[in-house]
Design a binder for this molecule. Sequence first.
Ligand SMILES: [Cu+2]
Length: 470
Amino acid sequence: MFSRRNFFRGASAITAAAAAASVSRVAMAALPEPVMQGTPNTMPPLVPTTGRPYNPVVTLNGWTLPWRMNDGVKEFHLVAEPVVREMAPGLKAHLWGYNGQSPGPTIEVVEGDRVRIFVTNRLPEHTSVHWHGQRLPNGMDGVAGLNQPPIQPGKTFVYEFVARRPGTFMYHPHADEMVQMAMGMMGFWITHPKAKHPLIEEVDRDFVFLLNAYDIDPGAYTPKIMTMLDFNLWSWNSRVFPGIDPLVVRKGDKVRIRVGNLTMTNHPMHLHGHEFTVTGTDGGPTPKAARWPEVTTDVAVGQMRQIEFLANEEGDWSFHCHKSHHTMNAMGHGVPTMIGVDHRGIAAKITQLVPDYMVMGERGMADMAGMRMPLPDNTAPMMSGDGPFGSVEMGGMFSVVKVRKDQKPGDYKDPGWYTHPKGTVAFEWAGATPEPARSASPGGQTMTSHDMPMTEVEVQVRKPSGHTGH
Ligand SMILES: [Cu+2]
């Protein structure tokens, strides 16, 4: 149905043969050949050629791990290893991941499947894999020291269990996890229902990605692993805007987006142009009576949410984290608010002494997006992304849901920018501009004031420079 070669940008390292391979007697005792991925591009859905059928997901800037069937058992081979992940064009990070990328590949199985996962450790320290949300034997839960000895460098461990309940899950280490998750070790897991499920809708498009965050100094390549709150790269599947692919859908499609949060803070995920419902979590499908329409849903730390909507409004619709610091890249921090401070004249004088001097933020920060500042090598601009009307002034956790009526079923190719019908774009008013009405009241009068200063105090808005806690 899908042509792997011309479907998406770039070539896939996946060999279809690996997915379809059945196991010979000789190979039965051997490890499945690990399948590696060389590109951060969004790969086409991996339509199953063995095992029970299902409607596969699309991993944003990621891929699904092929498997082999071995006497009715689905066998996967994960390789934990250092990787170089392109987080956006021009920004490469030295991360730890699985099978060539961070995050690791998505694992897709069917409810009731017996699954065997070989995990080879090519990291410089021990690791383990926890299968977040799964019902499984306690000894397969992957907490090093508690459920199993750690997997030492160079060793391979085997995990085996039955995927008992359908849903949206993830995997990550439970060994030196502060370091290993800060370095990008994580992956998505989907268990598809084995038959029509009363609470699981069939959808036309099913996207998945993990929320993750890194602290990489501009010009550096390796994340700082001690950071608890003050990350400077807020990413989806270790990509930052404008490096995150659009979510391309056909008008009228039923769309599901599954999101898991492996950062250290919550992310209110916000979709423009459509309402959605949360149809499930890592705890399973949400009962119908407990669903309500939303346009933003918070994904707390360690949680997963699956949202669904009918894509019936054409256009290019923003989809992003609603924390505004999470939709910008490195350099968005430590800059004082200078709005309202008039630098005119001063900059010209300083420029005579320091030719590269630049005044930032006296009219807001939007100028930043248009500036071609001399950036250190290997840095994503703070706000960027060229849209059809100029810079989008975004970074980090931001992408676009592109709804098109002429997109073919199953086609994920980027259709380019939306062509707005005539008369449907906000435009500049050319007529007279009378004074707008303003409130005449100086403030609420519900209570009389007490102990207020005798003279009026006017405050300037300035963000605190120590910006922890966001
Ligand atoms: Cu966020």
